[in-house]
Design a protein around this ligand. Structure first.
Ligand SMILES: NC(=O)c1ccc[n+]([C@@H]2O[C@H](COP(=O)([O-])OP(=O)(O)OC[C@H]3O[C@@H](n4cnc5c(N)ncnc54)[C@H](OP(=O)(O)O)[C@@H]3O)[C@@H](O)[C@H]2O)c1
Length: 328
């Protein structure tokens, strides 16, 4: 077996080779993540505002938005409302049947796309299909997510981290040229206040197998927040932006594997989808990048989710992991 230092060096070289091959390489910029602050939202926008209300009056004809996880919950409501406002919505589902059901339930211009974020080949196939469908993406909403009640792994890596973070990391990298081609391309990543419950030390770089640590969902949501932060840093100097949004405690299907843990104050999806829609298409958010939002405003977050060094390291490790998967 090769010594650890040699393995690390090999991985580093693989990561560098992968980076050189990614479209993102052309867009990389140094500098701080955050651009201008979040402007005060329009009057009356608060924690009861629905996605329909937050997008009222917007004409999204001619815009294309990709929403992952459009079969259920916040993703389906986001897709429905953006299509209602005239956008062409590409909504992902894990199966053709799921996509067809979403298409039947969402009036307007909706194109279903099969995508399984646990399978990097599926992610790459989906990206190829999107590139064939549209020349640009005005927004890419990384919404799909899971909560698991037991340890599951994909290729030895904890599955929640793979689905919620790595799959999206790869998808965004594959489609970044399309985002950069839009006049105000936006990547919106769904995070969560649960990031504060991530294991001590944050991302478990030394052992991503999930063995020996719990808080798997919180760990994956911290990864979502750090990915969004580092993406924003790399997009500085381009027209594209990256923000992370927490929808708040929303009654959806996400707890189906762990029982109904919803509190009495759980939101409807109409409210949960409001800030994701706002970040994805509202003119007030044009050029705003590197932020963590809840209810249209800057949200409190743990210091660990603002850790720029951890965010950079996560980027490098994620590149190596999706690159390794490509090599079989
Ligand atoms: N609900 C909340 O209280 C809350 C709070 C904070 C953050 N969030 C975040 O909000 C986002 C949306 O969650 P939700 O509450 O709307 O949950 P949901 O109703 O369970 O919807 C999750 C979506 O993700 C899809 N999905 C699951 N595994 C996938 C995979 N391997 N590949 C591709 N898609 C997959 C699901 O597809 P299927 O229908 O095929 O399973 C579904 O469309 C998540 O990122 C979640 O972490 C939710």
């Amino acid at each position: 077996m090769a010594p650890v230092s040699m393995i690390r060096r090999r991985r580093f070289l693989q990561a560098a080779a992968f980076l050189a091959a990614t479209p993102l390489a052309a867009a990389l910029r140094a500098g701080p993540a955050a651009g201008p602050g979040i402007p005060e939202p329009p009057e009356g926008f608060d924690d009861t505002t629905t996605a329909e209300a937050a997008t009222r009056g917007l004409d999204l004809a001619g815009r294309t938005v990709l929403v992952t996880g459009a079969t259920s919950g916040i993703g389906r409501e986001t897709a429905r409302v953006l299509a209602l406002r005239g956008a062409h919505v590409i909504g992902t589902a894990r199966s053709q049947a799921g996509g067809a059901a979403a298409a039947a339930a969402i009036p307007g211009r909706f194109t279903p796309l099969v995508l399984d974020l646990a399978d990097f080949d599926s992610v790459r196939d989906a990206a190829v299909r999107v590139r064939g469908l549209v020349p640009r993406l005005d927004a890419l909403v990384c919404n799909a997510g899971i909560v698991l009640d037991r340890l599951e792994q994909v290729r030895g890596i904890e599955k929640t981290f793979v689905v919620n973070h790595l799959g999206h990391f790869l998808l965004v990298n594959e489609l970044l040229p399309q985002v950069l081609a839009a006049p105000s391309g936006r990547v919106v990543v769904l995070g969560s206040g649960d990031h504060e419950r991530a294991p001590v030390g944050g991302i478990q770089f030394d052992d991503l197998s999930g063995r020996g640590w719990e808080a798997r969902y919180a760990h994956s949501k911290l990864a979502n927040g750090l990915f969004s932060l580092e993406l924003a840093r790399r997009l500085r100097g381009t027209r594209a932006t990256s923000n992370c949004v927490t929808p708040g405690h929303t009654r959806t299907n996400i707890l189906r594997h762990v029982g109904d843990g919803y509190r009495a104050d759980a939101r409807t999806v109409a409210v949960g989808a409001a800030t994701p829609c706002y970040a994805a298409v509202h003119p007030a958010m044009a050029g705003v990048s590197g932020h963590y939002l809840r209810d249209f405003r800057s949200a409190e977050q743990g210091a660990v989710q603002r850790d720029a060094a951890m965010a950079r390291r996560l980027w490098d490790v994620s590149e190596a992991l999706v690159g390794d998967a490509a090599r079989g």
